[in-house]
Design a protein. Structure first.
Ligand code: GDP
Ligand code: CA
Length: 335
């Protein structure tokens, strides 16, 4: 089952990944497999989706990353944990409790323990680091901030808290604007800032997460965009679109509603002030001419761990090549 990684590019320096939930975690698990040295990989995760539910603090994107990196994710369902059961949710329903957010029994254990430790005065960073240790994850997984940030979606049906929009209303209302409550005063995670300032940083990878819902909350933290403009290492974005569509979720719908072009050029536009290279799917190779930075076109669908590891290696090799200067990369013109 284990992939032969001997022919894949492996980085010598540190790597920073910015990540949302399921889509981002698919690439993060590839980076994690490629970079087994503890602390060499830092994964900074969106917490704009976090919310309180049934008295528990739930951090959906952090959990997706923890499950993906520890191999505990359910590949078939595409979210949550493998070998999951739903007894608690059924019993909650019986009692008339809110049942619109799917909580599996194993998943609940994480929410219960995290909520408990938060009440004991632990920080979200500290708790996440301990969970990583317990789950055998070598990468340094960080919440983007220990201060609360809450994504709010302004729609044609009014203002909706993120989970109201995303889960309860199944992303149906038309998006007019998105804001990140608390982001302007939240302090970016200290370890994230340190990583960006580290001279041994080799690449920053923005995972194929939803640009507006998963990556923008991270970029909205004070100083983050500037830090990405200033960082010496190349910043590479992996597009979440394949064939001009989202693999899953509302990314394409939201881009269209915000009047962005729903293609590689639209993805590049969102990140243009700091973007050094864009990885797009081979199906979208024709978009490359309209993208103002070097492009790598390659299959980006990550069904299995092997797909994730291969794409992670290609992305880092692309970053490495960009560091060596403008040139032709895998047949795609670097400009
Ligand atoms: P969420 O927080 O769980 O909604 O997940 P993310 O924001 O991290 O990721 C959602 C995005 O991942 C969607 O826009 C999908 O198009 C994208 N995505 C999911 N799986 C894949 C994949 O295998 N390849 C690529 N390129 N994108 C993917
Ligand atoms: Ca999310």
């Amino acid at each position: 089952m284990t992939q032969d990684t001997s022919s894949l590019y492996t980085p010598a320096g540190r790597v920073l990944a910015l990540c949302g939930g399921v889509g981002g975690a698919r690439l993060a698990r590839g980076l994690n497999a490629l970079i087994p040295t503890p602390g060499q990989l830092t994964v900074a995760v969106n917490t704009g989706d976090d919310f309180e539910h049934l008295g528990l603090t739930i951090c959906p994107d952090l959990d997706s990353v923890l499950y993906g990196l520890s191999g505990k994710n359910d590949e078939q369902r595409g979210w949550g944990r493998a070998d999951e059961t739903w007894h608690c949710l059924e019993a909650l329903k019986e009692l008339g409790a809110a049942d619109w957010f799917s909580l599996g029994d194993r998943d609940l254990a994480v929410h219960i323990e995290r909520s408990h430790q938060l009440r004991e005065g632990e920080t979200l960073s500290g708790i996440t680091a301990r969970f990583c240790e317990r789950l055998g994850i070598a990468a340094h997984v960080l919440p983007m901030s220990d201060d609360p940030v809450r994504t709010t979606v302004h729609t044609d049906e009014g203002e909706l808290a993120f989970q109201e929009y995303f889960v309860r209303r199944a992303s149906r209302p038309k998006v007019q604007n998105i804001s990140y409550r608390g982001a302007d005063t939240a302090r970016p995670n200290e370890a994230l800032l340190q990583c960006l300032a580290d001279g041994s940083l080799e690449a920053v990878v923005i995972c194929p997460s939803n640009p507006q819902l998963s990556i923008d909350p991270i970029l909205a933290l004070p100083g983050m965009r500037q830090a990405l403009r200033d960082v010496d290492a190349p910043v590479i974005v992996v597009s979440p679109l394949i064939g001009g569509r989202a693999v899953k979720g509302p990314a394409a719908k939201i881009m269209a509603e915000l009047e962005l072009s729903v293609d590689s050029a639209g993805i590049a536009q969102v990140y243009l002030d700091f973007l050094d290279g864009l990885v797009i799917d081979a199906q979208d190779a024709d978009d490359a001419d309209r993208v103002p930075v070097p492009v790598l076109a390659t299959p980006t669908l990550m069904r299995r761990q092997e797909d994730s590891t291969r794409l992670a290696a290609q992305t880092l090799a692309f970053a490495h090549a960009l560091r060596q200067g403008p040139q032709r990369i895998n047949g795609t013109t670097g400009r």
